[in-house]
Design a protein around this ligand. Structure first.
Ligand SMILES: NC(=O)c1ccc[n+]([C@@H]2O[C@H](COP(=O)([O-])OP(=O)(O)OC[C@H]3O[C@@H](n4cnc5c(N)ncnc54)[C@H](O)[C@@H]3O)[C@@H](O)[C@H]2O)c1
Ligand SMILES: [Zn+2]
Length: 370
């Protein structure tokens, strides 16, 4: 199928491990068996799902595959970041071993980024690598985590320290799955979609502003189309910079320098990722204004859009010194310099390694610090 004839096709991600389709739409789980064979897959399916999707979504996926003659085994994982561990991995390996999973079989992730990262890592390592499919069930995973082939688990000493680049063979995002997602998780997911507009696509930002009511209500075709366009942006970036070697993939880190610091300094217990990123975009946006890269007006638009989607843009009361220390130890810093992703126009971003600490300190103090 060519993109022109397939309305659900959001992107084709090109990678050294092959190209894969990303389909986004309403009520499209039924397409899974066809997409399975279009992706060149055969053999059994090992469906690994976040237990929050049990029983309805899990059964729907299983029955859809089995009705098409694809033998499907099912395992559920405990929900939440605290389950993204070596211990959970070892349960997955034991389960695959007990069912004699083979090279030609396919792992399928049904869940948010936590499940996708773990199932992806299991697929990267089981028998030195088997195929896997992402069926993201959070908005954050649809527009971000399911794309790009980064897989990982956490150690006690830090998040995502063990992982691999392993590309899925298919990403299928059925927006109907979002109906059960808690509203706060949904809002958090919008942060990454808005980010894509802010850094790379002014038209997307405008359309998100203009259609915010429909988007928040997850209404019909508009939502599907906007999510497809947001997905296409990430897909394009990861196609161009598969292993995060150049600068282009770093642009996706807009809002994340302070966002990660906020999450870590609050022990991942106060803010959801998208909320921390929204606050981080508030800080990075303000720094962009201070350095004369963007107008006050663009920053106001960013704030208004984030607020419209129920996201915070500041969080007074955190420790400025601690946040700044944490930005310096962020694993994406290079050669000791903090890499700031800043806006330098609407739908345009730049990477700066020379932002004066005084500007950072003053901004952090004003928006999040004490
Ligand atoms: N690989 C990447 O490139 C990448 C990028 C960004 C984030 N991540 C990772 O993604 C993870 C965060 O993912 P997330 O934000 O999707 O969170 P998540 O997977 O923890 O899901 C959030 C919550 O929603 C629940 N849930 C998921 N889908 C549901 C549904 N449809 N209905 C009801 N409940 C549902 C989950 O049980 C969980 O409680 C982090 O571990 C992060 O490191 C990876
Ligand atoms: Zn993020």
């Amino acid at each position: 199928m060519s993109p022109g004839t397939d309305p659900n096709l959001a992107a084709v991600v090109e990678t050294t491990q092959g190209a894969y389709r990303v389909v986004v739409g309403q009520n499209i789980l039924t397409m899974l068996p066809d997409e399975f064979s279009t992706a060149g897959l055969s053999g059994r399916a090992f469906l690994i799902a976040d237990e929050a999707l049990f029983p309805v979504a899990v059964r729907t996926v299983q029955e859809t595959l089995e009705a098409a003659g694809i033998v499907t085994h099912v395992m559920t994982l405990p929900s939440g970041e605290q389950a993204k561990t070596l211990e959970t991995m070892s349960h997955i390996y034991d389960w695959l071993a007990s069912l004699r999973g083979e090279r030609g079989d396919t792992l399928i992730s049904l869940g948010g980024g936590v499940t996708g990262d773990m199932v992806g890592f299991a697929a990267a390592t089981w028998l030195r690598g088997v195929a896997f499919i992402q069926i993201p069930t959070t908005l954050a995973a649809m527009v971000d985590a399911s794309l790009g082939g980064k897989t990982a688990i956490n150690l006690k000493t830090g998040k995502n320290l063990v992982g691999a680049f392993h590309q899925p063979r298919l990403v299928l995002s059925d927006l109907d799955l979002l109906k059960t997602l808690p509203e706060r998780e949904l809002r958090s997911g919008w942060a990454e979609a808005i980010k894509h507009g802010l850094i790379l696509d002014h038209k997307l930002l405008e359309d998100m502003e203009a259609n915010s009511d429909s988007l928040i209500a997850l209404e019909g075709d508009t939502t599907a189309e906007i999510i497809r366009r947001s997905v296409a942006i990430k897909a394009k970036v990861v196609s161009a910079d598969e292993f995060e070697r150049g600068d282009s993939r770093i642009l996706l880190n807009y809002g994340h320098t302070i966002g990660h610091a906020i999450e870590a300094s609050t022990a991942y217990g106060t803010f959801l990722h998208g909320e921390a990123v929204a606050i981080g975009m508030g800080v990075a946006g303000r720094i962009s204004v201070e350095l004369g890269l963007i107008s006050e007006e663009l920053l106001e638009r960013q704030e208004a859009t984030l607020k419209r989607f129920g996201l915070p843009t500041r969080a007074p009361g955190l420790d400025t010194d601690e946040l700044i220390e944490r930005t310096k130890s962020d694993k994406k810093s290079r050669g000791g310099a903090v890499q700031w992703v800043l806006l330098d126009g609407p739908g345009h971003a730049t990477i700066r390694r020379d932002v004066p600490e005084l500007v950072v300190r003053t901004t952090v103090d004003g928006l999040v610090g004490v």
